[in-house]
Design a protein around this ligand. Structure first.
Ligand SMILES: Cc1ncc(COP(=O)(O)O)c(C=O)c1O
Length: 486
């Protein structure tokens, strides 16, 4: 329970009690009297304390959730948002002068969308070690990209400048299909490939096209917040399912949520724990989907980055019943701001995906698709991935090495065969969110593993992304982290 605040509600004021409570809480957050991570009292208790109705409390909380001052954690209450970005504070400060006026009334869906997190860090924090999920932007071949972009722009005649195909630019779909067949063992024709705005859009489409509001989907726990967010936003009930050394636990899923109509998983490299799903589990999961008529969303977000061991082909390639929606992204192999990814839909579902995509945003930007298509077709993509694989192995080595020297006794880090981040295990009983907060104070971004969990209680750990940072920065950040955790 967070600190109990003196909250003054004036029953004679012309401002409604809900508005007064909202103002008081927001002022307390802006003044720092309520700090990031503080837990707010339960609505029932606060309503009793202040002698107001519970609706008054939930109304004020909903508004603060919608505006990003508060965040809800499933089943565990309401907290002051972990990161209050500067611009939020600026907007709040300046809007105070322009006010008053009732805050805009959002729809219930709007409130829910606004309070559903897509990632643990806020956009605008800037790139700093050990933020995860970001590739080596410092060595991206920008000149080459610029040349290809200029050529693509020159070639873009009126036809390419008009509305395009909602399924994506055909040469890019062909190139993606060729790549997936050869490199990932995906079984598909190019017509099954739909180009999306990153995997996030693919997840949103999968939930909306294949499930109804109120349907249940298994999501890995701990797991990817972006998937949970997309499903929740589509009205789908996310059932957090345990992850064991073989990935998503089918036993846990069937035992606790037999009604599920979809399973979301990252079989190549479980996010964020890093397990690879072995063949037996893959076959069992496919059999479950086939027998139940359920769907599997296979998120193959970073399978290109494997440094040792044999990569397993995609789950989709083993699916004889057409139950898998395969998703991939250019965010890791190129750069996140390119906002291009793809899904491979089962044959009978392609048209529905394309129609839903057209309704959302018509189609992906044509010029960017042409650039990526050329990057793939001309072999630059394969070369870039090979270079990055070697570089990331080096950067991972730098992190393991520096941690071995400076974090001994504080954090335990073991090398991994794949991926772009490592888990830094804290001593049992440690509070990883507290450790993450302390790291942030020294300028190091290290998300707490518990932030990715819903029901699961994983051993405390920090996620340490390494791919984006040169060895020197990694060593500096390890130094800061050791100060923060001492
Ligand atoms: C598990 C997982 N899937 C997908 C993505 C990529 O999302 P997008 O393609 O929307 O950038 C990420 C990025 O961090 C991820 O961690």
């Amino acid at each position: 329970m967070g600190p109990l605040l003196p909250i003054h509600l004036d029953r004679r004021s012309r401002h409604p009690l809900q508005r007064q409570l909202y103002d008081e809480l927001r002022a307390a957050i802006l003044a720092g009297r309520l700090a990031s991570g503080d837990r707010l009292p339960a609505t029932r208790a606060l309503a009793a304390d202040l002698a107001v109705s519970r609706n008054t409390i939930t109304g004020a909380f909903d508004q603060l959730l919608a505006e990003g001052y508060l965040e809800g954690r499933a089943g565990s209450g309401t907290y002051v948002a972990a990161a209050l970005p500067d611009d939020l504070l600026r907007v709040a400060a300046s809007s105070r002068r322009v006010e008053p006026g009732a805050p805009p009334r959002l729809s219930r869906r709007g409130v829910m969308l606004a309070s559903t997190p897509v990632s643990p860090s806020r956009v605008g924090e800037g790139l700093r070690p050990f933020q995860t999920g970001v590739p080596a932007l410092d060595v991206f071949p920008r000149d080459l990209w610029a040349r290809i972009a200029a050529r693509a722009a020159r070639r873009a005649g009126p036809e390419r400048m008009a509305y395009g195909d909602p399924a994506g630019f055909a040469p890019l779909r062909r190139a993606v299909a060729g790549y997936l067949r050869a490199a990932r063992g995906v079984r598909c024709s190019w017509e099954q490939v739909v180009i999306t705005a990153g995997s996030q859009q693919a997840l949103d489409l999968a939930a909306r096209v294949l499930l109804d509001p109120g349907d249940t989907a298994w999501v890995e726990d701990p797991g990817y917040m972006g998937a949970r967010g997309a499903f929740t936003a589509a009205g789908v009930r996310c059932a957090p399912i345990a992850v064991d050394d073989d990935g998503l636990s089918l036993i846990d899923g069937v035992a606790r949520h037999p009604e599920a109509r979809m399973a979301y998983c990252t079989p190549s490299h479980q996010y964020p724990l890093g397990f690879t799903m072995p063949l037996a589990r893959r076959m069992a999961l496919l059999a479950w989907a086939r027998d139940r008529g359920a769907w599997i969303v296979e998120d193959d977000y970073d399978s290109e980055f494997r440094y040792a061991g044999r990569p397993l082909a995609a789950l989709q390639g083993l699916d004889a019943a057409g139950r898998v929606i395969y998703t991939g992204t250019f965010s890791k192999v190129l750069f996140p701001a390119v906002r291009l990814g793809y899904l491979v839909a089962p044959e009978g579902a392609v048209d529905a995906f394309v129609a839903a995509r057209a309704l959302a945003d018509r189609h992906p930007p044509g010029l960017d698709q042409a650039i990526v298509a050329e990057f793939l077709e001309s072999g630059h993509f394969a070369r870039h991935v090979r270079r990055m694989r070697a570089l990331y192995a080096e950067r991972q080595g730098a992190l393991v090495d520096a941690a071995g020297r400076h974090l001994r006794g504080l954090i335990e880090i073991a090398p991994a065969e794949a991926g772009m981040h490592l888990l830094g295990w804290l001593p049992r009983g440690a509070d990883d969110r507290e450790a993450s907060r302390k790291a942030a104070e020294t300028g190091v971004s290290a998300a707490a593993l518990s932030q990715y969990a819903v029901r699961a209680r994983p051993r405390p750990a920090l996620l340490l992304g390494y791919a984006a940072y040169p060895a020197r920065k990694i060593r500096d950040a390890v130094g800061k982290l050791s100060e923060a955790l001492c």
